[in-house]
Design a binder for this molecule. Structure first.
Ligand SMILES: C[S@@+](CC[C@H](N)C(=O)[O-])C[C@H]1O[C@@H](n2cnc3c(N)ncnc32)[C@H](O)[C@@H]1O
Length: 386
């Protein structure tokens, strides 16, 4: 398949980090949106992006674009595309969409209309039609329809990329894997120094840090992608990409990655998740209060994602926790950079240290900040406690 435009979707707040990743893989960035970024390449490039990108959700390969005023025009335009060249007549198809057209009240209707156009065309040409449904485990077609402009994409990821496949036990309020990767990248930590993650929960931050430190592409953990279900899937290129990626993995790691949590259940889950990701030997786990987390000699980053009262925890109690984290940073972590990821800026004021940077992120729909504190002897107290 020829070169085309490729859209990589992501959560809001993540495009600057996704941009760095895309550029460092040697792709151009044609444009950047609130929750996406546009590049270009071939299907082989799309496979490479799926394998290496840490912070993106879906890699969408543009197939066609056209005008359609209403569902009837959508159907007839889609019927012109040679779907029999892309989708197996005995395969499985899922259609997803993002629709903003005055004739459509429910985007599910656009999905059904599109699916009908695709399977009717395949039935006409091949004598049978693929099964279809909501699972993204086979071929996935994505429709973006704004006013009368339609773009039709092959969703080369299938299931979104945050589903790395290692989180066997998610626990409560886990961070999406792609968000955790962006948080690690935002700290500028790249394996140079220690990475300490008290309050680790299901271990997502520590696991993503270990993947980064060992140069393990997140796509290696998963074995199902949308592109694998399309005709023309170049399996030998995919195997070659994987082979090359494996030779670049750093087997050993000089510094420490430490993950602790007060809950034995959380630490057990984090260990199992790390094992599923193949990085359990890179992380030291312990059950303890955050304030008892061992401080490895040397330098590095210490990252906490405390509960922030939206989904878990009681606010009053959390005020004490946030204040305690400020004291913990000041007393123990000289020479480190400290980070708190939170969706509650009122609670963040209780930390009582002046944040050097406040990096915006979104966790589901909650606006969050990654707060950075430089920790040195007598770290600066903030006037307003923030
Ligand atoms: C929001 S969750 C962290 C989620 C994590 N980032 C993930 O992706 O799964 C907060 C965690 O802090 C832990 N926690 C709460 N109070 C603690 C304390 N005083 N010391 C250590 N851990 C604590 C909870 O057990 C919970 O696992």
């Amino acid at each position: 398949m020829n070169k085309s435009r490729i859209i990589i979707t992501c959560a809001k707040g993540i495009p600057p980090f996704l941009r760095e990743e895309v550029l460092s893989l040697g792709f151009p960035v044609l444009s950047q949106g609130v929750a996406s970024l546009e590049t270009e390449g071939t299907m082989d490039d799309a496979m490479r992006l799926n394998l290496f990108i840490r912070t993106g959700q879906r890699v969408l390969f543009l197939l066609e674009e056209f005008r359609a005023q209403n569902p009837g025009e959508l159907y007839s335009q889609l019927s012109r595309i040679a779907w029999e060249d892309y989708i197996y007549e005995d395969g499985y198809l899922c259609v997803t969409s993002s629709v903003d057209n005055p004739t459509i009240k429910d985007s599910r209707f656009a999905n059904v209309k599109s699916k009908d156009a695709i399977v009717d065309r395949i039935k006409k040409r091949r004598g049978r039609r693929p099964d279809s449904g909501p699972e993204r485990t086979g071929a996935v077609i994505d429709l973006y329809w704004k006013e009368d402009w339609c773009q039709v994409y092959l969703d080369t990821s299938g299931e979104p990329l945050y589903r790395r496949g290692y989180r066997k036990i998610p626990l409560k309020a886990p961070m999406q894997e792609t968000l955790a990767a962006a948080v690690v990248l935002a700290t500028s930590w790249d394996g140079n120094g220690n990475f300490v993650n008290p309050m680790c929960g299901s271990g997502t931050l520590a696991i993503e840090a270990a993947l980064i430190a060992q140069n393990i592409p997140p796509g290696l953990i998963r074995n199902n992608y949308g592109f694998m279900h399309l005709k023309g899937f170049n399996e030998s290129t995919w195997k070659e990409l994987i082979k090359i990626a494996k030779t670049r993995i750093h087997k050993s790691f000089r510094h420490k990655i430490i993950a602790t949590d007060i809950s034995p259940e959380a630490v057990r889950a984090a260990k199992q998740n790390a094992a599923a990701a193949g990085v359990e030997r890179a992380i030291e786990f312990a059950v303890c209060d955050y304030s008892e987390t061992p401080v490895p000699t040397g330098q590095g980053v210490v990252v906490l994602n405390p509960e922030y009262g939206e989904r878990l925890g009681e606010l009053k109690e959390l005020e004490g926790t946030y204040k305690g984290i400020g004291d913990f940073f000041k007393k123990k972590w000289t020479g480190y950079r400290g980070y708190i990821f939170t969706g509650n800026l009122e609670l963040a004021k209780k930390v009582g240290l002046k944040a050097k940077r406040r990096i915006p992120f979104f966790n589901s729909n909650i606006e969050c900040r990654l707060l950075e504190y430089e920790l040195y002897e007598g770290s600066r107290r903030s006037g307003n406690g923030f």
